[in-house]
Structure formats: C-alpha cells, structure tokens
Ligand binder design. Structure first.
Ligand code: SF4
Length: 544
C-alpha cells in the first residue's frame, strides 16, 4: 500500500482520481481551492482527469452534471458560500436519475477564517434529500470521497462530501488504495428523468422520497457511523460528527471513565444508533463543527428524560471553530493551563494590500476623483480589494457576497443615493457581477462601475480569470454599454492623476459608465518571473 502526505483538500482530490473521475470543475474559494489545484497538477503530469476552473460555482455544477449524464464520474468542489450560488442545479440534480457518479464537495469555514459567514452545508444536503459524508481526518477524506462516487451511482443521487477548514488545510499521512479505471461513455438510461418538466419532476420527486429509506439503511450500516456503549458509564453519552471526534479523543484520557460514544460520519442521521445510545445514558453531549444541526434533530427523537447538551444549551460554543480546549468545559474538565510565553510579543498583523498592489492605485484614483465633501456611495465586492475598506483607503462601504456590488450600487442609485460607484474585480465581475451589469445597461442607471482588473483571481492564489483580460472591454461593450462611457485605464501610480480626472468626469455623467483599471497582481507577476528564470536555457520549442 502506498502512503502519501496530503492536505485534506488533496486527499479529497486523490480520492476522486482513484475513484476514476473523468472531470472536475470548481471556482476558487478558500478553503476548497487546493482540491482543483491538485487535480490540475495531476492533469498536467498524466493528461487526465479533465480539470478546469469555471466562471462560478453554478456553471461548475452544471458542467459536472453534463459529465454525469454521459455516464462518467465527475466532481465539483466549492466553498460553503459557493453552494449558495450553485443551489439551483444542486437541489434539482437530486431529482434527476444520476448516471455517472456525481460528487459535490463543500468546504465549510467555521471560524470565518476567510468567509462572510459560518453556514453549515449539512443543511443543504438534508434539504436536497441526499447523502452527506463528513470525514474526521485526511484518511477518511480520501476513502469517503472514493466511496461517495459508488454511493452516487448505487442510489442515483449526487452525494456531498462536507469538509471544514481545519481538515482541508492540515496535512497527514494517507494510505492510498489501487486506482479504479474510468467508466466508459454511456448516456443516461432514463433521459426523461433529466427533463424536469412538472410531469417528470413529480415522478422523480416521488422516487427520491421512496429512496430515503434505502439511504437511511446505508447510513445505519456504514462503518463511518460507529457506536461504542460503555459498561461502566451510564451517565454520559457523547456524539461527535466529522473532525469534532478528534477534539473529543484528545481529552478522553483525562476523564474518570470512558463515556459511551457515537461518531457520525454519514448522513441521513443513523436514528437507530442514536436511540441505542440515548437509551443507555442520562445525559448526551453533542460535539459538532458548524451549526447545532444534530442537536436540533435529537430534540425531536429522544426521550424527554435524557438531558441534551450542546450548542443550543450553551455547553458548547455556538460561534467559531471547536478546539480541544473549548470542549473541556462541556466534559466537566478543568481549563488547560496554557504554556507560559517567554517574553516577546508577536506583532499585530492586520490584513492589508501588498505594497505596490494595483488596487491601491485604483483606490487612490477613486479617492482623488471624489470631492472631499461630496457624499458618494461606494459598493464593493469579494477579493483582495475588499481591503479597500481599511485605512488608509477607507474607500468602500459594502461587501456582501460575490458579485453583489454592481446590483447594490444600482439599488442605491435607483433610491436616489448618488453618485454611486461599484468596484469589482475582473474574476468576480465574470462570476456574477456581469448579470447585474446587464440590468444597469438596460436601465442606463446613473452610476459608475469600476472593474479592477488584476488579470487573475488574486485572493485565492492566482488562478486564471475565466476570460483573458484583454476581452473584458469587448464583454462590456457586447452587453450594450455606451462605448463613449467605457474606459480602459492603466492602474499605475504615474497615471493616478489622469485616472482620477476621468473617474471624476464619469461620476458626474448622468448615466452608466464602466471603467476598467488594468495592472497585473504583483504576486502572479513575481511567480511568472520566477518560473521564467527557472526554465533551462534553450528550452524554447523550435519548429522543425
Ligand atoms: S495578491 Fe495581488 S491583488 Fe492581492 S493584494 Fe497582493 S498584489 Fe494586490
């Protein structure tokens, strides 16, 4: 058996490769980005599987569905908030009769290390009535991803693998099994089930509900749902899900006697196992990463005589990540004595744009364009440029979700709050800002859209923008923006004054303007230079 040291994300990716996937799609988003990065690197080396970044999570999902229709295995990965973008095809895909295995990986971010919220993807899996697998470690991330494809094909449903930041971004040794070959092309057996006209959709919905008992049976029997009843502790039962198991096990040796323990790695919830545990104890402590998902369910399942403790009752913190320390209190253990620090204080490092970042120049130009005592509404979006909210720029007022800035500026302008400016990155614009721009163009809204084109998806590590940046202007013009109010400017310090003049002029124009400020992200520029220097001399291709 081969062993590899892998990040949780990489273990998911390798699990998919070894399950014989034909294709994988994604939009970058922390903490899921490294899944597709790994697959792209694999493709470069072995010429498979097909792997591609897409415009957004919705298009990624739809492309993976197409692969599944053609009988081949496909994976789509995203961060938790990306699942909101893909919600439409995701929920509906549970109704079609999945052909090639389809696995959706949703990487949740409890603690909001790099996200707008802490939403818990298990609710989405439950909402869609599908199976969710929740690994506790990198080994399970590998094995469960492999298994997820089999489950998808066995029950003809998409299957979710839910991971969290701490697992996605930590490394461990993983035992790797024999890879499986790709399935051949084969059209879906029941193409009508893929046409969700009401007559078919009703039939498919009935079928999905009928399948639920089989899904529950699979979950009850799964080795990932394991129950150990304690002979000498009838007081406390602990239920863990996903990586919360590790935090519990770290504290176990300090308990006077070992409580009964149910670990859940597969959903739908194994109700029989839960019943067995609660009939054995007086008190149940629930440790789960994310929302009090299980705790809410349990309150409807178990005997009122059994006390339930968890996030809702306050024993476990409702916010942020779990840690071994913050569940000690719930286990009635005294707080850990922390290590005494020997003197030096770590410097405080608030997030900021890299020195010389092109966005900084764009913000200088925008600030220079706005009269000091003028009240301007400035909406912005998700990306490095969100940091324009912080001093010294203090240049944005909103940052809500991918692509929201243009729509929000339009709403503010429609409400009479003018001048209204939206700043948005090139990739975020193509992700979902472009649709709101169509509304603005249709209404010739009095506002200014500034596309901060740094020629990459900067914040997640420099993945390619879905359309080459030279084509952004044509996209904007193709949507119908007035050519005399579309500008392409260089985001360079030398141009700040001239750019400020043009932005000032367009802010004062009574209609829609689109300004594209262009200069490459310094990080990707540096990486390109490094790669070029590393190229062996004379390695250019020569025509023969
Ligand atoms: S990574 Fe690139 S876009 Fe982001 S702050 Fe640094 S230079 Fe700017």
């Amino acid at each position: 058996m081969t062993q590899k040291v892998l990040l949780g994300d990489e273990a998911v990716a390798l699990g998919a490769i070894d399950a014989g996937i034909h294709a994988a799609y994604a939009y970058p988003g922390t903490p899921s980005t490294e899944i597709l990065e790994y697959l792209l690197a694999h493709k470069q080396k072995h010429n498979k599987p097909f792997a591609a970044w897409c415009a957004n999570e919705k298009t990624s999902y739809e492309e993976a569905l197409g692969v599944s229709f053609a009988g081949r295995r496909a994976m789509v990965s995203m961060k938790h908030v990306g699942l909101n973008v893909a919600a439409d095809p995701f929920i509906n895909s549970a109704l079609v009769t999945i052909n090639g295995g389809l696995v959706v990986v949703s990487a949740d971010d409890p603690g909001m290390h790099s996200s707008q919220n802490e939403q818990d993807s298990r609710y989405y899996a439950d909402f869609a009535h599908i199976v969710c697998l929740e690994p506790a470690n990198q080994q399970e991330a590998y094995e469960m991803t492999r298994e997820a494809f089999d489950v998808s094909e066995r029950f003809h449903i998409p299957v979710m693998v839910r991971i969290v930041t701490r697992l996605a971004h930590s490394r461990s040794v993983v035992n790797v099994s024999e890879p499986r070959a790709e399935s051949p092309l084969s059209r879906a057996d029941s193409p009508a089930s893929w046409i969700l006209l009401p007559v078919n959709a009703r039939r498919q919905w009935h079928k999905l509900l009928e399948t639920q008992k089989d899904l529950l049976d699979y979950s009850e029997r799964s080795a990932y749902n394991s129950l150990r009843l304690s002979k000498d502790n009838n007081e406390l039962g602990v239920i863990t899900t996903g990586i919360a198991k590790n935090y519990y096990l770290e504290n176990l040796s300090e308990l006077d006697s070992e409580p009964s323990h149910l670990h859940i790695g597969v959903y739908p919830l194994p109700v029989e196992k839960i019943r067995k545990l609660v009939s054995h104890v007086k008190r149940v402590l629930i440790l789960e990463e994310g929302y009090p998902y299980l705790e809410r369910y349990l309150r409807g399942i178990i005997e009122p005589a059994v006390r339930i403790q968890g996030k809702l009752s306050g024993e476990v913190p409702r916010e942020g990540e779990l840690t071994p320390d913050n569940i000690r209190n719930a286990l009635d253990l005294p707080p850990h004595r922390g290590l005494e620090l020997s003197g030096f204080a770590l410097p405080n490092r608030p997030p900021r744009l890299c020195t010389g970042c092109p966005h900084a120049d764009s913000f200088h130009a925008i600030k220079g364009a706005v009269d000091a005592n003028e009240s301007v509404f400035m909406a912005s979006d998700i990306g490095c440029y969100s940091l324009g909210a912080l001093p010294p720029y203090s240049a944005i007022e909103t940052c809500v979700c991918m692509g929201a800035s243009i729509g929000m500026a339009k709403g503010a302008s429609d409400a009479g709050l003018r001048p209204a400016i939206a700043t948005i990155g090139d990739s975020t614009f193509l992700h979902s800002g472009v649709t709101a721009l169509m509304d603005c163009i249709a209404a010739d809204t009095d506002m200014t859209v500034i596309i901060l084109d740094n020629e990459t998806v900067g914040m997640t590590g420099g993945q390619p923008t879905i359309l080459p940046d030279s084509r952004l202007e044509s996209v904007v013009l193709g949507l119908g923006a007035k050519p005399e109010h579309v500008y392409v400017l260089s985001a360079h310090p030398k141009q700040n004054e001239r750019n400020a003049e043009i932005i000032h002029q367009e802010i004062n124009y009574n209609g829609l303007s689109v300004i594209i400020t262009v200069r490459e992200c310094l990080e990707t520029l540096r990486r390109k230079k490094r790669d070029k220097q590393a190229e062996p001399a004379g390695s250019e291709l020569v025509a023969v």
